[in-house]
Structures are given as C-alpha cells and as structure tokens.
Design a protein around this ligand. Sequence first.
Ligand SMILES: Nc1ncnc2c1ncn2[C@@H]1O[C@H](COP(=O)(O)OP(=O)(O)O)[C@@H](O)[C@H]1O
Ligand SMILES: [Mg+2]
Length: 205
Amino acid sequence: MEHKRIVVAGTDTGVGKTMVAAMLTLGLDACYFKPLQSGTHGGTDTERVKALTGLSPAHFLPERYVFSRPLSPHRASELDGVEINPRALTLPPPASRPLVVELAGGLLVPVTRSLLQVDVLASWRVPVVLCARTSLGTINHTLLSTEALHQRGIEVLGVAFVGEANEDSERTICSFAAVRRLGRLPWIKKPTAAALRKVFKGFTL
Ligand SMILES: Nc1ncnc2c1ncn2[C@@H]1O[C@H](COP(=O)(O)OP(=O)(O)O)[C@@H](O)[C@H]1O
Ligand SMILES: [Mg+2]
C-alpha cells in the first residue's frame, strides 16, 4: 500500500463520499476518520461506515468535532456555541494501518469565518481522492474542484465517480483536469460490505 493516508473529498455534499470512504476503508483495511461531523440526526458518517463495513472499533477514530445541525461547519459550530480550533484539525501520523479521512461537504466549505476546508486540507499534505457524481452538472463541479486543489498544490490521486456510467463525462473531466480516473462506484440498491469490496477490486489507486 503506497498511500498510507488518503483524504476523501467531494465536489459537493451528498455525492457519495461516505460510500466511497467505506469502500476504501474496507479495500485497504484502513482506519476511518471524519474530523468534522455536521448533523447527528439519522446518524453520523462514522456510524454509517461502521454499519456499512462491519469493521471492528479499532478501524475508527473519534471525530474531533460533532455538531447537531447538518450545516456548513462554520455555522453548525456557531449554533452549537462551539469554537473550532483549526489547530485541533490535524491528522494522526502514518501508522501501520492506512488512514481514510472524509471531509465535510465540498472543498470550499468554511470551517470558521476565516478558514476554508480546502486550506486545512492543503496543510495536511496528504493526497486526495475526489468523489464526483456522474449525472448532469458533474463536469462543471468537478473541474472547479480540481482547479481549487491544483491551485493549492494538493496532490490528486484521481477521481472516484459515483453513479451510473457516463463514459463521455468521465473522460472529459479527466482530460481537462489532467487527473486519473480511479474507478466508478455504481448505484447499489442495498450496499453491503461484500458489494463494496467487489467494487473496490475494479479501482486503481
Ligand atoms: N453507490 C451508491 N449506491 C447507493 N446509494 C448511494 C451510493 N452512493 C451514495 N449513496 C447514497 O446517497 C446518499 C449520499 O451519499 P453519501 O455517501 O452520504 O454522500 P456524502 O458523504 O458525499 O454526503 C446516501 O444516502 C447514500 O447512502
Ligand atoms: Mg459523508
């Protein structure tokens, strides 16, 4: 395993970051970490990855911040009366088990009133898997995201597409952004650990 630590980013909220992170955590026998969790109603992402993967508690790090409302961290924290300390948003050093880190929402989400998530990401110096939908609108969203990553010198391992196949959109994105296509996670009616492990085999990290 070449990449000991990987960040799972997305072009937006709801694009499938948690599903891709669960797949990577299983496939790499990694540890999952969601530093900033906004929204607890209906469960946290960590709880979802636990349920999806069935992995032992040793595969999960506790969140650094958990906010009750499903809002951008800068606002969710304010409404909970909590101040986010950017210095608390560091990653653990490389360990024997790989680390899969899931971001909150899209890249330009504010963490505080003066700090964007992508700038926290840049400080980590860890390569990124960018999750992108395959449906209409994805070319614009994904190219904007890769531009933001490239501008800050953040290493992009490639794009993990989520949804039904759209060969032209996938090829167009990878060509304009000069990034690799890592694979595609199709829509799975009832996602199980076995199904996610199978899809992972088709990915090239
Ligand atoms: N490949 C997939 N197959 C089935 N459901 C999916 C898939 N990808 C995402 N979903 C569902 O879509 C919703 C958003 O996905 P999620 O992984 O939570 O996105 P994000 O973490 O980017 O907010 C969730 O309800 C999730 O279960
Ligand atoms: Mg998520």
